[in-house]
Design a protein around this ligand. Structure first.
Ligand code: NAD
Ligand code: IPM
Ligand code: MN
Length: 343
């Protein structure tokens, strides 16, 4: 039986980048049972909530979930009583138990000069951000009155151990654990737990701990020094967008969000719904294509097909494909054709 894939195009450029991704998946010879659901702002408009119980249940019963992006000015509000598209994403991550977010940052030599950073700085960089995705300040208790507000940042030992295990298993050279242990209590626990797990289960892997402000600086001054970065939810969010500049554009970074083995994963680009360019047909679809490749590899065990998509993307870029965010003038259609012709 064909694998069941839930498609969540979402908002903004979402539908524009998910449609060509299906062409690519067909062209690589995979055939899936697709089921599309409204999600994010589109779901708020139709159902009053960013994630319906029905959509969550469909995702839980699927083999994998492929998501483009959610959000947009139409649903921007600071009123805590109003629904927001992003709540759908958080509800889905929590509802699927997706605690491990993998964000590979592999700048391609063809794009070294598309980055605002110097080629010499980027050269040799191949790192993985392992972001904890279902804990921390995103999910702690929130309060709000007219004049005050609070967000609790909480972690427990088990949550830290399981994400650190993912990082140690992925490491080739070393693990850099990023925290703010000089100030924040959850970071002090984080550092202790990572240190203890390292000693008990992964003594052969090199481990270093660095503070998040220093990490932000090293990421753009000495990125090739990193192998695997493991960090809590919000630090990982911020550092991964920063790391995107190494690849030339946020439009290049894919991600895989995984939970317990055997449960469906969620695959989505790191970027958002890009409201400023939505509808113009000029979005870079490559992060979405590469997210589909991560779905084939991590979600469905189709390594050869995943590698075929990745190398078609590499070759199209080596031949000169550049969307606007990379300093060129290719639109979404032209980028899709360039990749398809290299499959
Ligand atoms: P964004 O990533 O949507 O856009 C930031 C900048 O990058 C914009 O200039 C945009 O045009 C550009 N960009 C992003 N993706 C691109 C692509 N594929 N091709 C070309 N250019 C691209 O971030 P933002 O503007 O801060 O957020 C917009 C909305 O998206 C917000 O509502 C936010 O909450 C949401 N968001 C959603 C996700 C998600 O669904 N996973 C992730 C991040 C932000
Ligand atoms: C991301 C996004 C989300 C996050 C938002 C849209 C909730 O920025 O996937 O990086 O902060 O996790
Ligand atoms: Mn983000």
């Amino acid at each position: 039986m064909a694998s069941k894939i839930i498609l969540l195009p979402g908002d903004g450029i979402g539908p524009e980048i998910i449609a060509p991704t299906l062409e690519l998946l067909d062209a690589v010879g995979t055939s899936f049972d697709y089921e599309e659901h409204r999600f994010g702002g589109a779901s708020i408009d139709a159902h009053g909530t960013a994630l319906t119980d029905e959509t969550l249940a469909a995702c839980q019963a699927a083999d994998a979930v492929l998501l483009a992006a959610v959000g947009g000015p139409k649903w921007d509000t600071t009123d805590p009583a109003k629904p927001r598209p992003e709540q759908g994403l958080l509800g889905l991550r929590k509802g699927l138990g997706l605690y491990a977010n993998l964000r590979p940052v592999r700048p391609l030599p063809a794009l070294y000069d598309a980055s605002p950073l110097k080629r010499e700085v980027i050269e040799g960089t191949d790192l993985l951000v392992v972001r904890e995705l279902t804990g921390g300040i995103y999910f702690g208790e929130k309060t709000r009155t007219r004049d005050s507000a609070s967000d609790v940042c909480a972690y427990n030992r088990e949550e830290i151990e399981r994400i650190a295990r993912v990082a140690f298993r992925a490491a080739r050279r070393k693990v850099t654990s990023v925290d703010k242990a000089n100030v924040i209590e959850t970071s002090r626990l984080w550092r202790e737990v990572v240190r203890e797990l390292h000693a008990a289960e992964f003594p052969q892997v090199t481990l270093e701990h660095i503070l998040v402000d220093n990490a932000a600086m090293q990421l753009v001054s000495n990125p090739s020094d990193f192998d695997v970065i493991v960090t809590e939810n919000m630090f990982g969010d911020i550092l991964s967008d920063e790391a995107a500049t190494l690849t030339g554009s946020i439009g290049m970074l894919p991600s895989a969000s995984l939970g317990e083995p055997g449960k469906p994963g969620l695959f989505e680009p790191v970027h958002g719904s890009a409201p400023d360019i939505a509808g113009a047909g000029i979005a870079n679809p490559l992060a979405m294509f590469l997210s589909a490749a991560l779905m084939l590899r991590h979600g469905l065990g189709l390594e050869a097909e995943a590698a075929a998509i990745e190398s078609a993307v590499d070759r199209a870029l080596a031949q000169g494909l550049r969307t606007r965010d990379l300093g060129g003038d290719a639109n979404t259609r032209a980028a899709t054709q360039a990749v398809l012709s290299n499959l």
